[in-house]
Design a protein around this ligand. Structure first.
Ligand code: F1P
Length: 326
């Protein structure tokens, strides 16, 4: 079995490890997250920094996400203000830009990583979530990092944390859609794919786009859901799969589904309710912002099965390496 598939299937285990990491962290630190936080990372870790910033804002603080390279070379273009913390995310903890970005703001530094690493050693605080991965691409570590830090955010802001056992079980339920995902991929040999999501599901759409490129070396795009109607939809035709990530659809989602179907495209809706799509994957109920962890396994499995269908080895994608260093 490919390491990538094994690792996606470890999502429930990753949530439990994330909870342990969160509990270890609060047991060993007298620390509360401040209200203003800047988040940074590269690649998947950049896409992870976006929902973390959104969750911070949603919970009453002010979160800003800036990719590492932008923090290093163009930060004067971003509304950075005077954050109480800079959070750098890196699975390996060794990505050059992430390590350098830690020094880019004059504030306390916090690392989220899977290992004791350069990043964790150079930060003032580190949340080490040992969701280790053999594969080049980041899979179950993404929801695990998100969940561990979200628990810390919730407890810092005086809100109730999630029941990790319950969330872990729900990710297990989502993984049961794997056979259906494989059926979709085998039954419709799509030539391109567009991922759509709004709020915290937009960065999930971006991550899905990256997974398709990394694992399946396949053309993919991602947009905030309704933004796609403004020109971008022209590329969708009978060779296109549109993946609509939406927790609670309303009439616009149904109209959008019909609009794409009218162009010949097929729509896969992932969420609580169908939108009249060609394919539907039901995601169990979990309040936002924790619900993000229920969507990542679906989009990772889709990219994985597309890679296999294309005869590729998703464990070792061409031109990519696990750690990007200069
Ligand atoms: C960042 C990253 C990964 C990507 C690839 C190259 O790694 O961009 O997201 O999948 O492996 O590196 P990291 O800083 O999170 O270790």
């Amino acid at each position: 079995m490919h390491a990538t598939l094994r690792e996606i299937r470890k999502t429930p285990e990753g949530i439990i490890k994330a909870q342990e990491a969160f509990e270890n962290f609060i047991a060993n630190h007298d620390f509360r997250l401040p209200r203003e936080v800047v988040y940074t990372g590269c690649g998947s870790s950049n896409f992870l920094s976006q929902p973390l910033a959104m969750a911070t804002t949603r919970l009453g603080g002010r979160g800003l996400s800036v990719p590492c390279s932008e923090l290093l070379y163009a930060k004067e273009n971003y509304p950075i203000g005077r954050p109480g913390l800079l959070v750098a995310i890196s699975r390996s903890g060794e990505t050059t830009e992430a390590v350098k970005a830690l020094e880019s703001l004059n504030t306390k530094r916090f690392a989220i990583t899977a290992y004791e690493s350069t990043l964790s050693r150079e930060a003032d605080y580190s949340l080490i979530v040992p969701a280790h991965e053999e594969s080049v691409v980041m899979t179950h570590s993404f929801p695990a990092f998100y969940f561990a830090y979200l628990q810390l955010l919730l407890s810092s802001f005086g809100k109730e944390t999630y029941d990790a056992e319950l969330v872990s079980g729900l990710t297990g339920e989502v993984l049961r859609s794997e056979d259906y995902i494989k059926e979709i991929v085998d039954g419709f040999d799509f030539r391109n794919v567009i991922f759509l999501g709004s709020g915290i599901l937009y960065p999930v759409a971006l991550e899905a786009m990256l997974k398709m490129k990394e694992m399946a070396i396949f053309w993919s795009e991602a947009y905030p859901t309704f933004e796609v109607r403004h020109g971008f939809k022209s590329v969708a035709d009978d060779g296109t799969l549109v993946v609509l990530l939406v927790e609670n659809p309303f009439d616009w989602h149904e109209k959008l589904t019909k609009e794409f179907q009218g162009q010949g495209a097929k729509v896969l809706t992932v969420g609580r309710k169908d939108t009249g799509a060609d394919y539907f994957i039901e995601v169990p109920e979990l309040s936002p912002p924790g619900n993000l962890v229920l969507y990542t396994p679906v989009i990772q499995l889709l990219a994985y099965h597309k890679a296999v269908k294309r005869g590729l080895n998703p464990d070792n994608p061409r031109f990519l390496s696990k750690v990007v260093k200069w």
